[in-house]
Design a protein around this ligand. Structure first.
Ligand SMILES: Nc1ncnc2c1ncn2[C@@H]1O[C@H](COP(=O)(O)OP(=O)(O)OP(=O)(O)O)[C@@H](O)[C@H]1O
Length: 256
């Protein structure tokens, strides 16, 4: 694990049981996870193994049933809802399969909105950060477009910009390429690889081994348990196909 910069995110004995089902279903069964500062961690596993639940529970989107989660050494499980919302807004970025933008705002204003909410008095700084992000991810020319006037890949790159606009410590991505074709998916993974190279910690759930191969490390969940973990080292374009082959072989051993 690339943990030279220390620990960014940690869970201990993390459990999650949904009581809305009869009988209640235990979906996470004691997950111990350490994500290093600057690490790109990928979460894989069969459908229903608990990947999204893990992401939601380590990011404060949902409350664990038991165990602890800490971010940058701060215990998140003891925070109240308002404090937790503030941590999510200022220290975490989120990308999902769908971008969930507001239809009445253009792309740029959608990206700007959370940054203004986080620091209302720093509008000029937020605006120039957003413009730099639009440039960096190649979508400055569609900043004034409506959300239905851009491609799926552009929309996901806009979602990455929005997630980065508050300069988060960690970026959580749940199937960020799940709704994209393979060329748009590669476009989005190039953007995430770039974000990782700049030093942002990423935790990404994916079904797609080609996307997973971009990570530094892949963990594999089965029935709410962390079955195994595989270090991949730093991704490079030249080694991508060998890396994918090795990852496929490991995933087959896991029963994927
Ligand atoms: N709010 C909920 N209430 C009850 N059960 C839930 C809830 N959310 C998820 N589950 C159940 O928990 C289990 C794990 O779901 P989760 O979405 O974490 O799995 P996953 O590995 O991300 O699956 P997929 O790859 O299909 O997205 C599933 O059996 C699911 O039906």
């Amino acid at each position: 694990m690339s943990n030279a910069g220390g620990t960014m995110l940690e869970s201990r004995e993390l459990t999650k049981t949904y009581y809305s089902t009869d009988p209640p279903s235990q979906v996470l069964d004691g997950i111990d996870l350490t994500v290093g500062r600057g690490e790109f961690l990928v979460v894989m596993g069969a459908s229903g193994s608990g990947k999204s639940t893990l992401l939601y529970n380590v990011s404060g989107m949902d409350r664990p049933t038991g165990g602890s989660v800490s971010l940058e050494g701060r215990d998140l499980t003891s925070l109240g809802d308002r404090e937790m919302s503030r941590v999510r807004l200022t220290r975490m970025g989120f990308i999902f399969q769908q971008a969930y933008f507001l239809a009445n705002l253009n792309i740029r204003d959608n990206i700007l909105l959370p940054a203004l909410k986080a620091a209302p008095r720093e509008k000029a700084a937020a605006s120039s950060r957003v413009d730099a992000l639009l440039e960096r991810f190649g979508i400055a020319h569609v900043g004034s477009h409506g959300i239905t006037q851009v491609s799926g890949g552009q929309l996901q790159r806009a979602a990455i910009c929005r997630a980065l606009a508050c300069e988060p410590a960690v970026l959580f991505a749940d199937e960020p390429t799940g709704a994209l074709n393979s060329s748009m998916s590669a476009e989005v993974m190039d953007a995430l690889t770039d974000v990782h190279r700049e030093g942002t910690t990423i935790v990404m759930v994916t079904h797609d081994p080609a996307c997973a191969a971009r990570g530094d490390r892949v963990i594999y969940l089965r029935d709410g348990l962390l079955l195994d973990s595989r270090d991949l080292g730093t991704w490079s374009e030249e080694q991508s196909s060998r890396r994918e082959d090795e990852l496929y072989a490991w995933l087959r051993d896991m029963g994927f």
